[in-house]
Design a protein. Sequence first.
Length: 736
Amino acid sequence: MLNLHQSILEQKLSLQKFEQLCYLWEKMAEIAGKEAILLTEHILTDGESINSINQAKPKFRLLALPGWNVLLSGKPNNNIVFYEATISFDNKIIDEFLEKLELKNVFKNRLLQLKQSRKTSNFQSQFILQLLGILTSQSDYLSTNYYAQNLDRILLNRIQQERIFDQVINQIEENIDLLAIVKMTIEHVRDLLKLDRLVVYQLKVETFSQTTGETELIDVVTYEAKADETIASILNFQGENCFSNNQELQNKYYEGFTLVINDLEKSDLPNCLYSLMKNLKVRAKIMTPIMVRDELWGFLIAHQCLTPRFWKQTDINFIVNIAQYLAIAIYQDQSYQELKTQKENLEKQVEKRAKELEYALLAAEVAHKSKKEFIGNISHELRTPLTCVIGLSKTLLLQFNQENNTFPIEQQQRYLKTIQDSGKKLLGLVNDLLEFSQIEAGKTSLNISNFSLHQIALSLINEFQEKANKHEVSLELDYLIDENNHEFYSDRDRLEQIAINLLDNAIKFTPAGGKVILRIWKEQNRVYFQIEDTGIGISDNNMPLLFEQFKQLEESKTRTHSGTGLGLALTKQLVELLRGKIEVESIIGKGSSFTFWLPSQTYPVCKVKDERQPPPKGSTIILISQEEEIANLICDLLTVAEYQVIWLIDESTAIKTIKLLEPSIVIVDNSLSKVNDICKKMKNLKIDKKLKLILMVDDLYPNTDVTQEIEEIEEIDDYLMKPLQPTSLIEKINNL
């Protein structure tokens, strides 16, 4: 009798044929060697040889190879002429057989000896072919046609299943694309089992929503194989609500439950599931979970749409096994994608670090070269006026010491004027050096006052008119401020110094016949100064070096214009000191346009004192930043300065921490999201101490508007500019 439902062959066989089958089991075990385990009825006796066959006893052969097991058992009739033979590949039937003989634990212990392998043994195909040869021989009592028609539905079907398993394993090992693996697998499985439709229903798929513009998680059919075009497609179908709304059912699937429905009309299903299958025109169904990393990734679902189907256990087991193989492929694909992402991130970090190192080396080289040029330039700039001062003053002294001083008074006046001009030039050089060093050290104080922009404009034009005439350059003023709006609140001396440096350069680098325009206007709370010239211009290669310290754009040996290389670097620092910004546009041979803007100082500015005050013992400072390098620098500096520093990365917990610790100062990085809201919430906290806020801003990028950010956040008491200057940081903290 052939029991197709249980994948088991039960048949009367001759003694000769049964012995041939026993020999086949033993032969395959011998060929497989260490890859196989063979159990026989002799394990029940005390050392009886396999070859010493007692014909009257029931016999069995249980062969185990990596990935599959097969059982042969036989019970002789009274005359020992025939055997009631049973052949089964089903693990459940094999377990029941072993339990009856109390051999299940023995078999499990033997299985532990097998080498773990995910590969399906190729012995199975050989074994089944030889088994077919024995069973379909003419000496059997059953006809060849009977076996050809029925064994094809069990044994040959098993071979096809194993081939599908082999294909899946090979594709997994070769890192084939997950989409290709799933498509190939469900197409072959659907074809082998003659299914109307086989689909993969994936849970928690990330999908971009055109409505909300955000990524959202949905449940959807992602893969599908159909018998033909008459079967409706459910690809991208959403609606397994019966699962999502049933916690008990979810728990069962997490434990490996497989839903089997032979006939919808004869099943006792919940209304939700019944309606779903009815709407999809599904009559019979198998639904088994796909578990990946102990999480329910999705389902493998088989549909019979038009007619009922009484699912064989072999079909159910096959679909469950396929789901497990797909889980392995999905796990490998996820691991590969994670590894790929990590690799890309690592490559980006390496590339970023390599560029940073390259830029650092280039900057060091440029700095070294610039300092050498600066020493040569400053030597020349100092010696020239000093030579005039010493030489001319000595000449005058010699003339005054002579009894008959015939030195013309006009020449004496000219000498004294040259000495005075040289002295002023020397004083300017020394002042630039001192100013630059003080700003670098963070020891510059601001003198904020209210003054007239119109007066500054006239003063600048008057001061440079003579120099412009001397160079045959036209100097013009384009004053665009209403007479009722000319007052401004800032450091007048610093503003004039910035404008003087830029006007001096413009006239210096504009050839005779050219023009220099000083343009001034106001926008809201800012004043804009623009110095435009028709001079020699600046090349694109020199633009990045324009505001570098100690840097002259002309070669020191061939340059035609004097200067130390500190002018524009000092100008940029002064602009930033006043919380402004400077920009430049230039076309080589046509001229340049320098524009800087400054905000009106509508709130108190921290004036740094030269003498440092020791910090109060135990003062607590909280730093909120996600940039590790900056945070480590600040923590180290303030710890050395005897402050207690707490670094918070997560901004969401900052308010609770501040309320609990009641710090004196909070430093907030402006790169945090919703920094305005954070500052407002901190200022509104009801704590005993008066909380001081410092905003840490980054002005390295052209589109960053630092002053605008500061003006929008009214709650801050001061700010720190990146990159941080250690001295400036300590001084500002101490002052607050």
